[in-house]
Design a protein around this ligand. Sequence first.
Ligand code: GAP
Length: 517
Amino acid sequence: MANPDKFKKVIAHAKEYGFVFQSSEIYDGLSAVYDYGQNGSELKENIKKYWKDSMVMMHENIVGIDSAIFMHPTVWKASGHVGAFNDPLIDNKNSKKRYRADVLIEEHVEKINIKINKDVEKARKKFGDDFDEDQFRSTNGRIIERQKNIDEILSRFKTAFEKDDLPDIKQIIIDNGIACPVSGSKNWTDVRQFNLMFDTKLGSVSEDADLIYLRPETAQGIFVNYLNVQKTGRMKLPFGIAQIGKAFRNEIVARQFIFRMREFEQMEMQFFIRPGEEDKWFEYWRDARMKWHKALGMGDENYRFHDHENMAHYAKAATDIEFNFPFGFKELEGIHSRTDFDLSQHQKFSGKKLQYFDPETNESYVPYVIETSIGLDRMFLTVLSNSFEEEEINKENGKTEIRTVLRIPEVLAPVKAAILPLVKKDGLPEKARKILEQLKYDFNCQYEEKDSIGKRYRRHDAIGTPFCITVDHQTLEDNTVTLRYRDTMEQERIKIDELNSIIDEKVNFKKLFKELN
Ligand code: GAP
């Protein structure tokens, strides 16, 4: 269920606690571009590590690369992005606002869906325990009519989209009375295709300079290096190449905070296989990726698959892993069966052979590819929005208080432990700094002595620090500290010598990786 209030709070919290800032904020910001702050960049690094190590360290046959953002312009002709990486856009003549035509239609369908769900909820309240939702949906006249309307719109849109029939896409908008969300007017321009790639010039004299693109996906950097890696790494099929890097898309409707950005990061892995084995490996990666997500413990019910009917220009089969964001279930990761499309295209456009000699079959062929592609920023948003909680505490003694806590999976938490001397005197700061020295080589820790201990606990709850270590007068006598757990707020007396192993047990990726193996 969408929760817009929670989403607003998450966005405000992300800024207040140094996770995400609007880019160039002092100049009023740049639309759909964001910067990551001191805590955000740590969280991002930890997500990258979880992904990259799970790919490269946990698989003997997957290696990592780091290719350039700028590539030869022909790459994007070969990949199909120059011709087909388009969104259908439409302008409203009154408000002068620009929209993606498919998004306007999707949102219209969603509104009808919301009406259906409202009717279902009303009936559920009315009939109580006796309510049979399936029966109600299949017999209630109004719901049947609305569902029929949705099916007709979607099927008409699918046909128009596949045939690139832009006039009919416009006609769907007109026929369904879809109005501009800003002006309420139905005065629309024709639908046009809009290429999402940013371009720039390479070279110092602008007339002679080459037009090049900022890559819209990292995948092509892997494809053009396929042979380099295969030969220098002596890789045998099946094998994978993984990469994390920036991608750029001139999204028409960039929105929902860091969900849809113009500059973002992708974590992509291309898995090269024998032709004919694509269905087996597609299933394998579909399951492996879902397991990777669920291992973080953010609630199995928050994930679902969405198999694609409208495929991207390169895909034979495609499925999304969707996550239950505060604005509903939306795509988090894509798994695509890309056949030999990309390598064959690069072979054709470059004139260089991109084949694999298979010693088992004595044949040369262009490998097929299964791709897993996840947006790092979207993954960041899943972690941030899922872990944000406002809970009531101290109810029992009548002093109810709201505690804001980020229950970030411990392995991903930006700061693993806070070291807090109870008071700023009596040798406690010095003792606390010694503990910092003991821990800092293994974990990202913070030392804090300002404000009351309660305030310091709250600050660390708000950034998701799983452990707070308090140094008090007893510490000086017996070398023990109190260890406070973020999620339960329980405190335990622990020997200083045991701290490293207790923290490590929770924040080390090892346990997760063993579960995945
Ligand atoms: N190489 C395949 C590819 O790029 P995609 O479905 O277009 O496929 C893959 O993108 C993932 O990249 C998405 O599932 C999403 O997580 C992320 N992504 C795509 N566009 C994005 C954007 N504008 N902002 C943030 N993340 C985006």
